[in-house]
Design a protein around this ligand. Structure first.
Ligand code: MOS
Length: 758
């Protein structure tokens, strides 16, 4: 980073309100299903009622007889579709054969879309769907993870983001020899993403082989390439917009079937088509896979870890191999000479699971931190003390130092704010009337990733600056953060900056995910602004009589639309005058940020991570088993914080989801039908306002000049990691009930006798 951006940060670090907030609250911001299109047709998806088998007969004649129903698309009348799997793959697909709707009569999972009713009105399409007659040839299905375990395997081909665990020492022998140990099977339930905005696409038929697509996705260019590849459009004849995304949490990383169906129908009918999934249908595709994790820990008598054995089984579909990094987290986090891990996946008759907020870590680190708490009690030391005792300054799995790891500071600051030193260690030792009080804590970690991303900046003579990148703001605050970075780089007031995102024609960006957007897009925006800055400084020579002379770029300051000498701030030149003299209406630059930029350290040499310390207080009703999370303090070490307000929102959102993971969220399967049953908000419980009390977010200072050009690490996911463990550990402290299965619902607490346990 140049000295310029270090001393000039009027906005970076300040809690600017969302620049797109007004559009959102007034409804001016349109989501994928809200774009008016003349002559639009409405598609309604028909979902399969069996989990595996074939369609023997599908009869749409009754629906087609209804006036206003234009077409019913099935595998029998669908247009040509490509044969090879490669045509259906996308930027973040996993090994295997991606699902292809209406390709043939085969059913792979319950709820699979088997027909699209297309009509002049939404209600007609929905009515038409009720008239479709389907006869199935049902096959045997399995949706039980335990029953799938004999078939589990470690896939040979893995997706590029999957890193196999690295073992060290002799874990089994060390475990057997150690004096103190804990070994349990932990389970995390299946979860579904459930963003506010359902998956939806409005495909506008432009004629001439062109379509414009408004899609709910985390990657406009990913969807552009996917649709072009499958449906034979030229890539630049498909334009995808996703400027506003009503939450996604990973469900919009891969193109979803709604956009496939809408495009298929648009191409077939040469008309504009919209398809919106119902909330129920949101439970028929991607989800966080359930996991069975066997964690064995052993220590010496003083509590130093001697062995870690961390094995996991999780389901995948029969057509793709989805694997997330679950077991590595426990091997990285603590000092321990002997550690081994294994992760295998078991094929079931379900849709392919996928990434959901902090995929892998939210499972593997959370369950590991529940085991760590249990181990601390076995040793007889305070859970926080136990973490400190086994603290690792390095990534203990790869034996690499971190670019920064201010986790000690996070422990200290969060513990102090929480009042941890007032905790009495014994379970059931704190109470308030009929409620047992419990205090628990856990450690979180997530990657600080950096992805190749391009951005454009354009300064106009009227003093307006536009920055643009194809990346999307999935609700995280990307618009605001980019405006702040651009504002500081060029000294342009925020209200003169417009940020354009979520359009496949803009400079290229990967899917918005992995918490990498702020660091990567931020770096690209900053670089594009720097290029403009260089040109302006060069342009000074063209302005006669200006007082600045011919300074180096490092000697000037850009502020309020003017440039001045750092050493002599009172005389300055207006950028408009400078551009006049340069005879340009618009200065434009596009730059690409990629790993390995100047100052960044290579991933080969150092590990990059965010860390967190989470402390939770629960109150548990002794007779009813009702758990309230009354207080959470989370301290996050995530490098430089560009905007404390949107950053805090991200952490709060993650913590709320973590509380959901601890107490509420669980997709239940009816194994007889092979179907996710509680596919609605009445029965799939996510925390509501009444479930959430105080969440106190602390950002610890963590200057890091090696992780990314602006020192940013990313925040979208770390808040969920291990929050559920802190809650589960607090429940143990309150009740003496040691949960090995999340979520900890009331029935589990009552069954073990919350009033008598321990
Ligand atoms: Mo995130 S699960 O990479 O959207």
């Amino acid at each position: 980073m140049t000295s310029q951006s270090l001393h000039q940060s009027a906005h970076i670090g300040t809690a600017l309100r969302r620049v797109e907030g007004q559009q959102k609250v007034t409804g001016a911001a349109r989501y994928a299903a809200e774009h008016p299109v003349p002559g639009l047709l409405y598609g309604w998806l028909v979902s399969a009622a069996i989990a595996r088998g074939r369609i023997r007969r599908i009869d749409a004649s009754e629906a087609l007889a209804v006036r206003g129903i234009v077409q019913v698309v099935t595998h029998e009348n669908r247009p040509h579709l490509p044969f090879f799997d490669k045509s259906y793959s996308d930027e973040v697909s996993v090994p295997g054969s991606p699902f292809r709707g209406l390709y043939d009569d085969e059913i792979h999972f319950s709820g699979q879309p088997i027909a699209l009713v297309v009509a002049e009105a939404l209600e007609l399409a929905r009515y038409g769907a009720s008239l479709i007659e389907v006869e199935y040839l049902a096959g045997d299905h399995n949706t039980r993870l335990e029953a799938a375990l004999p078939e589990q395997f470690e896939p040979k081909r893995k997706r590029s983001t999957y890193q196999p665990p690295k073992n060290r020492g002799h874990a089994r022998e060390a475990f057997d020899a150690a004096p103190l140990k804990v070994s349990n099977v932990y389970h995390l339930a299946t979860e579904h993403h459930n963003p506010m905005e359902m998956h939806a696409a409005t495909v506008v038929w432009e004629g001439d082989g062109r379509i414009t697509v408004h899609d709910k996705t985390q990657g406009s260019q990913n969807v552009q390439r996917y649709l072009a590849s499958i449906f034979g459009f030229k890539e630049d004849h498909v334009r995808v917009f996703n400027p506003y995304v009503g939450g996604a949490f990973g469900s919009g990383l891969r193109p979803q079937y709604h956009v496939y169906f809408a495009t298929l129908a648009a191409k077939m009918l040469e008309r504009s088509v919209r398809v919106v999934m119902t909330r129920q249908q949101m439970f028929t595709h991607v989800h966080r896979p359930e996991a069975l994790q066997t964690i064995s820990l052993a220590t010496d008598r003083s509590g130093h870890l001697q062995a870690i054995i961390n094995d996991c089984s999780s389901p995948t579909s029969r057509f793709e191999h989805y694997m997330e990094v679950i077991v590595n987290w426990g091997l990285m986090a603590y000092q321990c000479e002997n550690a081994s891990a294994e992760h295998r996946i078991a094929p079931m008759d379900i849709y392919t699971p996928g990434d959901m907020r902090a995929p892998g870590a939210a499972t593997g680190m959370t369950l590991f931190e529940m085991a760590m708490d249990e181990m601390a009690y076995r040793v007889g030391v305070d859970p926080l003390e136990f973490r400190r005792l086994n603290y690792s300054d390095k990534d203990a799995m790869d034996d690499k130092p971190y670019t920064s790891k201010a986790l000690r500071e996070a422990y200290d600051e969060a513990a102090t704010r929480f009042g941890w030193e007032r905790r009495s260690g014994a379970p059931r030792s704190m109470r308030e009337g009929s409620e047992l009080i419990g205090w628990g804590m856990a450690t979180g970690a997530w990657d600080a990733q950096f992805m190749k991303t391009s951005a454009r900046a354009a300064l106009q003579r009227d003093g307006r600056l536009e920055v643009a990148c194809a990346t999307s703001d999935v609700g995280t605050g990307t618009y605001t953060v980019m405006a702040e970075i651009a504002s500081d780089a060029l000294g342009i007031p925020i209200d003169r900056i417009s940020v354009k995102l979520g359009d496949s024609e803009l400079p290229s960006a990967p899917v918005e995910g992995g918490s990498w957007a702020a660091a990567s897009t931020g770096a690209a925006v900053h670089m594009a602004c720097e290029t403009i800055r260089d040109r302006l400084v060069d342009g000074l020579a063209k302005l006669p009589g200006q007082p600045l002379g011919t300074p180096e770029v490092g000697q000037v300051v850009f502020e309020d639309g003017r440039v001045s000498l750092a050493s002599h701030p009172t005389s300055s030149v207006a950028l408009a005058d400078l551009m006049d003299a340069m005879d340009v209406e618009r200065l434009e630059a596009t730059e690409t940020a990629k790993p390995g930029l100047k100052g960044m350290i290579s991933e080969m040499r150092k590990a990059r991570s965010t860390h967190s310390a989470i402390f939770a207080e629960v109150k548990v009703d002794e007779e009813l088993g009702v758990v309230r999370v009354t207080r959470v303090v989370i301290a996050v070490a995530a490098g430089r914080i560009v905007n404390p307000k949107t950053a805090r929102s991200q952490i709060i959102g993650g913590v709320v989801m973590g509380i959901g993971m601890a107490l509420h969220e669980e997709t239940l399967t009816d194994h007889a039908l092979g179907r996710f049953m509680n596919h609605n908000f009445a029965e799939y419980h996510i925390p509501v306002n009444a479930d959430i009390a105080d969440i106190d977010v602390i950002f610890v200072s963590e200057p890091d000049h090696e992780v990314s050009p602006l020192g940013i690490k990313g925040l979208g996911e770390i808040g969920i990691v291990s929050t559920a463990a802190a809650v589960a550990n607090a429940i143990f402290h309150a009740t003496g009930y040691r949960a090995h299965s999340l979520p900890i619902t009331i029935d589990k607490l009552l069954e073990t006798g919350v009033s008598t346990a321990a």
